[in-house]
Design a protein around this ligand. Sequence first.
Ligand SMILES: CCCCCCCC/C=C\C=C\CC(=O)SCCNC(=O)CCNC(=O)[C@H](O)C(C)(C)COP(=O)(O)OP(=O)(O)OC[C@H]1O[C@@H](n2cnc3c(N)ncnc32)[C@H](O)[C@@H]1OP(=O)(O)O
Length: 275
Amino acid sequence: MLRRLILSRNNTFINCRYASQSMVQTTVDEKSGIATVTMNKSPVNSLNLEFLDEIKTELNKLEKDKVKGMMLTSGLQKIFSAGLDITEFYNPNPDRLSKFWSTLQDTWLTLYKTPFPTAAIINGHSPAGGCLFAMSCDYRIMVGPKYTIGLNETKLGIVAPKWFIDTMVAVIGQRKAEISLTTGKMYTTDEALHIGLIDESVPDVNTALTQGNLFLNNFQRISPWAYKMTKDITRQSTVQWLIDNKQKDLDFVVTYLQSAEVQKSLGLYLQSLKK
Ligand SMILES: CCCCCCCC/C=C\C=C\CC(=O)SCCNC(=O)CCNC(=O)[C@H](O)C(C)(C)COP(=O)(O)OP(=O)(O)OC[C@H]1O[C@@H](n2cnc3c(N)ncnc32)[C@H](O)[C@@H]1OP(=O)(O)O
């Protein structure tokens, strides 16, 4: 792992951590203590085992470094994240599939429970797992109007796990989540703002980053302990369910994803993507 200091747009030094061939780049503004984590896995930031592992490791490092906040964004032109890498569960190797799913569980728990405030800078399409990661941040700013966001699992012929569903319910409420999930709806930026799936719509990435910093800087005036306790209490039932049911969730998903019916749906969906 290499480190270097670079000068930011507002003339403060940024501590930049990068590794050769890394899929995740992080900069930390030395003055504000706010980190920007950029996902950079071409072509679509699909979340495979190695990528999830890198994101989890990076979040753990930020926690250790006691950053004051984090913005999660994408380095790709028009995609925040295409969600889980479908090739991890289409014709899968069962051992790798288990490892993949438990890494997803751990990465999500780490992101959902961060002791520092987080903002998703959604600068591109954000289906399924991409939407899950955005919803797991404390605040969402989307660059409009061209992109879409949502949990589209039913469109792939699969079911979103309970903890994906609970995360969405926590953001937009039971009724809107039920409609969104059953129809697999992908929302435009305006629609997402209207139902509360995102908090702000902005015209460009620079504005999104400025607004993200503004949101995170609010917490300079809040006790970190009070912040973390409040977040833990608010998110407790969703988090606790997964902690208590990790193995059950894993066993079920691994069996379910390998069933002939699900594999057939996934094959057709992948084919449609290639077209
Ligand atoms: C009772 C309880 C049951 C519980 C059971 C639970 C089981 C749950 C299991 C799984 C849950 C999964 C959640 C997910 O996240 S599934 C992933 C859903 N994602 C999508 O549907 C996104 C699909 N992709 C797109 O819509 C587009 O690719 C887009 C992101 C909008 C980008 O479009 P564009 O720029 O035009 O790029 P292309 O479509 O040409 O894609 C470029 C190449 O990337 C491949 N690709 C795209 N998305 C994925 C992906 N998610 N995984 C793997 N690969 C992906 C695409 O095929 C292209 O490949 P190629 O260049 O070889 O043609």
